[in-house]
Write a protein that binds this ligand. Structure first.
Ligand code: ASP
Ligand code: MG
Length: 404
């Protein structure tokens, strides 16, 4: 018997009708002889509804109580699914996170899973039951309910799959896999059959929001094969695994990620001397602003320019800090632009292929798109361009690298 962990997201269990469909799908897997552990999200919109309720009482809810509240959404769906499974003649039992001992630290609202005691789950499976576990929640040492951060049900599923050494952790959602890029921008975008953990992490952190990043990190760490697939259509979805060495035919570039959530700031004419980078970046970090790309020019006449990007929502705050710093440092000027977008090529094949950057820059040049910043890592090249060129740039690159 193979053991699968299947996670169904909020839209997949968004109505009673859909919950019945999920039950039918699980029953089908059982009939094929598979053991199934299910992890569920709350009905779509439910977690937000609960947040709004708490907001009507206070803007600063006690973190412990917020978790007691937010964890209720998943308790509803697990019970309903078990009822639906029973109606279809399928033995099933639901459990909250605490009931299956998903032990976490005490960081309410963003807790981390420390261990799972999978004995209870195993004994139910041995008795022929489907086990249905509430995602997104756990319990700390003191017996308090905790939650794992938004989208945390993915992490619950991966953690359970790792603890149970499941064949695969299947994430059922409203898209049928991971795409070469967003199909809303490039209609010819193609579903990927496979992608590596590393690539998926880059794609996820760059704004393709199919999976919670932490879940992918977890899967990579414990080497749990992850599969993203649709609960509304049949299909193989996308398998996310470790890189395979013998995979000679794989494309050099797997996908193109992009985001519009950034802004760029430059402080011009700062003294080119030890400690200046720290003097600039320090106050930004102290204000809890995260930096993404950082570039320092080669110095000329004893000064240099320093450019970085931040999340767009931090733009004004960062600009104010820089202006103040400019006075202290005797800098010439501060410039900023919040109408930028970042486009990134991602692919493990870059490690063994030259010329990717040159193809990328040529494709952008042919469309008359000016590149404002460039940064590279082992499996990624990112460029910052003007916001208005985002779609054009992504389409040009998608076709230049023959991703369709
Ligand atoms: N219900 C939680 C949320 O909306 C957890 C999840 O869906 O993964 O964030
Ligand atoms: Mg979700």
């Amino acid at each position: 018997m193979t053991l699968l962990v299947q996670k169904y997201g909020g839209t997949s269990v968004g109505t009673v009708e859909r919950i019945k469909n999920v039950a039918a799908r699980i029953k089908g897997c059982r009939e094929q002889g598979q053991d199934i552990v299910v992890v569920l999200s709350a009905m779509s919109g439910e977690t937000n509804r609960l947040l709004r309720l708490s907001n009507e009482i206070t803007t600063r809810p006690i973190p412990r109580e917020l978790d007691v509240l937010l964890s209720t959404g998943e308790q509803v769906t697990i019970a309903l699914l078990c009822m639906a499974l029973h109606e279809q003649g399928c033995e099933a039992r639901s459990y909250t996170g605490a009931q299956v001992h998903i032990r976490t630290d005490s960081a309410f609202n963003k807790a981390r899973i420390l261990e799972i005691d999978e004995q209870k789950v195993r004994s139910d499976i041995a008795q022929g039951r489907v086990v249905v576990v509430a995602g997104f929640q756990g319990v700390d040492q003191g017996g308090n309910i905790t939650t794992l951060g938004r989208g945390g049900s993915d992490t619950t599923a991966v953690a359970l799959a790792a603890a149970l050494k499941a064949e695969e952790c299947q994430i059922y959602t409203d898209v049928d896999g991971v795409y070469t890029t967003d199909p809303r921008v490039v209609p010819q975008a193609r579903r990927l059959e496979r992608i590596t953990f590393e690539e998926m992490l880059e794609m996820a952190s760059l704004g393709s929001k199919v999976l919670q990043i932490r879940a992918v990190e977890f899967a990579s760490k414990y080497d749990v094969p992850l599969r993203v697939l649709s609960s509304f259509e049949e299909g193989e979805g996308t398998l996310i695994t470790e890189e395979e060495q013998q995979d000679m035919e794989r494309a050099v570039i797997s996908g193109i990620a992009f985001n519009r959530d950034e802004a760029k700031l430059t402080i011009l004419g700062v003294p080119d001397q030890p400690g200046v980078a720290h003097q600039i970046v320090g106050p930004i970090g102290n204000a809890n602003i995260e930096l993404d790309m950082i570039i320092q020019n080669v110095g000329a006449d004893g000064t240099t320019d320093f450019t970085f990007t931040v999340h767009r929502s931090d733009y004004q705050k960062a600009l104010d800090i820089l202006r103040k710093l400019a006075d202290d440092l005797g800098a010439r000027e501060v410039e900023g632009d919040d109408k930028i977008a970042k486009i990134s090529l991602v692919g493990v094949g870059m490690r063994s292929h030259a010329g990717i950057a040159s193809t990328m820059f040529r494709a952008l040049a042919e469309e008359g798109i000016n590149i404002r910043m460039i940064s590279t890592s082992e499996i990624k090249i990112s460029v910052v361009v003007d916001d208005k060129y985002l779609e054009l740039g992504v389409r040009a690159l998608h076709s230049a690298f023959q991703l369709e």
